[in-house]
Ligand binder design. Structure first.
Ligand code: CP
Ligand code: NVA
Length: 302
């Protein structure tokens, strides 16, 4: 049976732990300049309905490191852009490539693709989940705190795809999530319930200050995600008071880290001072996309 990776609930706690250990191993091998061509002869098709810097380049560079090959497929150049169904494209691409990564507006597009593909399908971001990002985030947290259990992570801002994936990650790791989102921008109730039913630890906080109090990590993301551009003005109003500024960081533990999946909008969800400051680990998070996704590719394809 082929395995997909559409959300973090597609792996169990043990598999997640093994993935993170493999990511660490691959990171060390790369740093030492040692070959790890584990996916020779394998190829990855990458479909991006939306823009990407990190996901695109880390998957492509990652496949190269592993001795394989990646193809960037712009949907406007594929027949999908002229109406060919996702399910037909899935069956055809499955005859050519070893796995497909998709970044799509709708999670249901990726689910349909996965249903019809006979090769593994990876979610490279959808409206409801960004599991590859959170793999890298867990790796980054582990680098700082060794164990993820009881690490208190404050999510401050939009209850979006990245937040949803952190909720699912909490179910497997014992991460203690404190979530502060403005009214109307909390993660969807069904995702909260699903994560809780798998054992997630979650406290909703009324303010950014409350969430940051005693946190080991503070995490934020853009207020206007891709696809939400029409809501920009309303969102900027709603998120006032949710900027990660020094006053918020100072409420956390003295050795707390500050996280952002990037791209960042300085002066909106985070100040320039904080993202450039000594507690920021955003570049490590971005780097760890490469190592975590390589571990995922090896797990799905080796
Ligand atoms: N964090 C992230 O997924 O970045 P990109 O949109 O650049 O891929
Ligand atoms: N929440 C953001 C993440 C970008 C990597 C978005 O969906 O645009």
């Amino acid at each position: 049976m082929k395995k997909d990776f559409l959300t973090l609930l597609d792996v169990d706690a043990g598999e997640l732990e093994a993935l993170l250990a493999e990511a660490e191993r691959l990171k060390a091998l790369r740093r030492e300049g040692r070959s790890h061509a584990l996916l020779q002869g394998k190829s990855l098709g990458m479909i991006f309905e939306k823009a990407s810097t990190r996901t695109r380049v880390s998957f492509e560079a990652g496949m190269h490191d592993l001795g394989g090959h990646a193809l960037f497929l712009n949907p406007t150049d594929l027949q999908i852009g002229r109406g060919e169904l996702a399910r037909d494209t899935a069956r055809v691409l499955s005859r050519y490539v070893s796995a497909v990564m998709i970044r799509a507006y709708k999670h249901t597009t990726i689910e349909e693709f996965a249903r019809y593909a006979s090769v593994p399908v990876i979610n490279g971001l959808s409206d409801i989940a960004h599991p590859c990002q959170v793999l890298a985030d867990l790796m980054t947290l582990k680098e700082h705190f060794s164990s993820l259990k009881d690490v208190r992570l404050a999510w401050i801002g939009d209850g979006n795809n990245v937040c949803n994936s952190l909720l699912m990650a909490s179910a497997h790791t014992g991460l203690d999530l404190r979530v502060a989102c403005p009214p109307g921008y909390q993660p969807p109730q069904w995702i909260v319930e699903e994560a809780l039913s798998h054992g997630a630890r979650l406290t909703f906080c009324k303010t950014a200050e409350e969430a940051a109090e005693g946190a080991h990590a503070i995490y934020t993301d853009v207020w206007v995600s891709m696809g939400n551009e029409a809501e920009r003005e309303a969102r900027l109003r709603a998120f006032q008071g949710y900027t990660i500024a020094a006053e918020i960081v100072n409420r956390a533990e003295p050795d707390a880290i500050v996280m952002h999946c990037l791209p960042a909008h300085r002066g909106e969800e985070i100040t320039d001072e904080v993202i450039e400051g000594p507690q920021s680990v955003v570049w490590d998070q971005a780097e760890n996309r490469l190592h975590a996704q390589k571990a995922l590719l090896v797990r799905l394809l080796h």
